[in-house]
Every structure is written in structure tokens, then in C-alpha cells.
Design a protein around this ligand. Sequence first.
Ligand code: MEV
Length: 271
Amino acid sequence: MQGSGYGKAILIGDHFVVHGARGIALGIPKKTTVTVERAASLRFLFECGDMLKEATRRILKKVAGNTDYEVSMESELQPSAGMGWSASYSVALARAGAKAAGKELTRRQAADAAFEGEKVFHGNPSGIDNTLAAFGGVMLFEKGKEAEPLKVEGDFHFVIANSGKKGTTKELVEKVSLLKQREPTLFGEMMEEEDKIVGGAVTALGEGNAGKLGELMNENHALLEELGLSTPIIDDIRRIALENGALGAKITGAGGGGVCIRSARMRPWTC
Ligand code: MEV
């Protein structure tokens, strides 16, 4: 039995969503496909570490009631690159495991089952990645609430550049939580600023205003930089993108490596 899940790109709100701020994310048309077959015990037909094994056990238990499956996987996404590989795997596995147990999950059920895996991968996930992996589209996300599809007017073009360096989401999420504990007032002010950026981005998307969206992406990047999540390579990618006509550019995902997303119009930017 087979299931699949999308990748995602966070447009605004990376990390702040973990602490309850609103965020905006896009499903991207690259997916992970998981196949499961009944077996005497849990077996993997690809190389994987302890975290993935534990996430797989939890998801299969939730959707199929047991873990006696042979699991294989193919992905168009790169792990630890900020494009939601772990969530796409978790959603794909939830769908495949449920089918093997004779059930078809709704998108909400697939997102919820995948959240069990995301807890293993991220430690304290917001739920944004597994929501986008299950629903796709362009979503306004807030932890604990149903995500809302956003109205998008006209065409927006985004280019995602991979820094080639891997970031560890769990460690980066912990790092931001420590900063929050150390500087609660400053972090609170940053959360308020981030929420205003989200409000502005909802309007910019609804009005087809790519220039404004680009400015807001830059403002969001400045907050992420203040949290220590950028890297020299990401700084270079941003600089080159902005010098070559990108309307805005920011880290997307956990940072510390991973990918950078740029808003482009007129001159699509390739790398
Ligand atoms: C990781 O793709 C996104 C983070 O905001 C973590 C999360 O929301 O779970 C860094």
C-alpha cells in the first residue's frame, strides 16, 4: 500500500510558529512516497537512523495498531534542508499504513498522525510542516487552530536555493527556546513584530503585491538573523539574489543551513 506527502516552504513565521505566532506556508509540488507491506516485524528497505525508526513505529501504531510492516520510501526532497522532508515522510507513511489497515485518512487525520512523527524529529513541533505536507496549498497557520487556506491574487514566483548545508531542526528549535527563556521580553517583542509581518503578508498575497511581500520576507529574515539562524552561505545567497532582482529573500525552515526562499517577479532567478 502506498501513500504520499508534499514538501513545504515557510513564507513567514519559521520558529515563531512554535511559540504560538501565526505563520504562512506553501505546499511545494515535490513529494515523498512510502510503500508498506505486511511483514513478520518492522523492516526498512532503505538506510535510516534511530529517529526515523522511532517516528515510523509511532505513526504505524497510531494508524494501523501495530508495526509489523516492511517500509520502503522514495523522495524528491532532501532531508534536513528546510523543505519539510520529515513531515512529507510522516504523512506518506500515515496514509500508506492506514490503507494497509483498511482505512482511508482524511487530510486532517493524516496531518495529526504525522504529528506523532514530527514530535520525534523536531522535539517540539508547531505542526506547520505536517499540516502543509497533508493539505498543500497556501495556508495561514496558528498552532492549535485549524489552518486556513489563503486567498492569493495573481502570480507569485518563488525560487528556493539550497545552501548545501544541513541544519538540525530539533537542535535549532531548542536553541530558539533557550533564547526565549533567556530574553523573554525581547522575544515577546519579536513575536509581536512577526505577527504584524504575517498580517501584512496576508494582505500582500490577497492583493497580488509581490513587492510588498518581498519587503516583508526581508523583515522576517532580519528577525531570524537576530535569533542567530542565518549562516555565511545563506547571507551570500540572499545578497546575490537581491542584487539580481529578487524582491525579497529569507531563510525558510529551521535555518542553520538548509534553504533560502526568494520572491521573484519579471526576472525569475535560477541557481
Ligand atoms: C521547521 O520546518 C519549521 C520550524 O518552525 C519548526 C516547527 O515549526 O515545527 C523551525
